[in-house]
Design a protein around this ligand. Structure first.
Ligand code: DP6
Length: 356
């Protein structure tokens, strides 16, 4: 290879929002979870991270990562684990095929951009690590399957393993000590239930107070509600959720989604010291969803909240007017941002005050 040659590959990975939450690690180093989880990929709203990975003998010797134009620290154990695993796979290929260029020994340059406003306050680490892992795998021309890549992305951020697939995606907690069976799997492609929509309600764009990593470790260590959630409630709901998706049963899907979000936030409150991710505006959004469902006489909208106050509301396209329409009427269009399909409404805390 010539000393100025640049090898490059690009990819995108979507944001996913869990409807059965991952919360708790049984092995923090390998990012092995205490329970399985399941998410919906927000492909319709097309929230994605676009990543280009390149390597060249002409690059400065250190690996680098530019996210939305700002230089990131790559020395942390999670990014390092992803780089190390991918390089090792490339090295195996190079050893087996001596004619291949020795990319595994070249410095990497990663450039990532989120196509959604960073101010949306969405957890971007899932899409970010999934795109990073796949971009490097493409650059290295690895024959790895999405399942193999999910095993690597999981070490970057647990929820990232689910962004290697589209549609409805589970993450099997696994039981092997080395994490080999803790991988993502597709429950159904998005085309199985294309009417699904998600409205993202941005209550606050501020960075979360307690990071997921720290929060879940403290929950595992202190919450007395947690063992029942991880060992009984979630395993049961995983099965119920998979059949709700298979049967396209929105009432069951919605009820499980809301109950799992409530259960997760209950264990957060039961953590010592307590963790409060929901705020008054989040609770107001819950009330709006409850009012919508009451009026419809059945569950037509379902809220869920990750480690922050922003709501994601799932509904079916046919209920667009009742759900997105009502939220929009309450919030007004002023600060709203509308995707091609599915809706996203962005508004600050004050904007929602009058819902209550
Ligand atoms: C509440 O995947 O961000 O969004 O593995 O420590 O990086 P780390 O945690 P992360 O946690 C996500 C937690 C959640 C639920 C979920 O996405 O399942």
């Amino acid at each position: 290879m010539s000393s100025s040659e640049v090898y490059t590959a690009s990819t995108t990975a979507p944001v996913n929002i869990a409807v059965i939450k991952y919360w708790g690690k049984r092995d923090p180093k390998l990012n092995l979870p205490t329970n399985s989880s399941l998410s919906v990929t927000l492909a319709q709203s097309d929230l994605r991270t676009h990543t280009t990975a390149s390597c060249s003998p002409s690059y400065p010797p250190q690996d680098s990562l530019l996210l939305n134009g700002s230089e990131q620290d790559v020395s942390g154990p999670r990014t390092q684990a992803c780089f190390r695993e991918l390089r090792a796979l490339r090295k195996q290929l190079e050893d087996a095929n001596p004619e291949l260029p020795k990319l595994s020994s070249l410095p990497l340059k990663i450039v990532s951009e989120n196509n959604f406003p960073t101010a949306a306050g969405l957890a971007s680490s899932a899409a970010g690590f999934a795109a990073l892992v796949r971009a490097i795998a493409n650059l290295y021309e690895l024959p790895s399957s999405p399942t193999d890549l999910s095993r690597i992305a999981r070490q970057g951020s647990g929820s990232a393993c689910r962004s290697l697939f589209g549609g409805y995606v589970g993450w099997e907690q696994g039981s092997a000590a080395d994490g080999s069976d803790s991988v993502a799997f597709q429950v159904a492609p998005a085309s199985h239930w294309p009417q699904m929509r998600a409205l993202i309600l941005v209550v606050s764009a501020a960075k979360k107070g307690v990071s997921s990593t720290t929060g879940m470790q403290t929950t595992v260590a202190t919450s007395s509600l947690f063992p029942a959630r991880a060992n009984e409630t979630v395993p049961r709901r995983m099965k119920e959720m998979i059949s709700a998706i298979e049967n396209r049963d929105f009432e069951a899907f919605g009820k499980l989604t809301m109950m799992d979000s409530n259960s997760f936030h209950a264990t957060c409150l039961d953590t010592y010291p307590p963790i409060f991710y929901l705020n008054d505006v989040s609770r107001a959004a819950i009330k709006v969803v409850e009012a919508i469902n009451k009026k419809a006489g059945r569950i037509v909208a379902a809220y869920t909240f990750d480690a922050g106050p922003n709501a994601v509301v799932y509904y079916l396209e046919e209920r667009e007017k009742e759900v997105a329409g009502l939220f929009k009427a309450v919030l007004g269009e002023k600060d709203g941002w509308q995707g091609e399909r599915g809706e996203r409404v962005q508004r600050d805390a004050e904007g929602l005050e009058h819902i209550r």
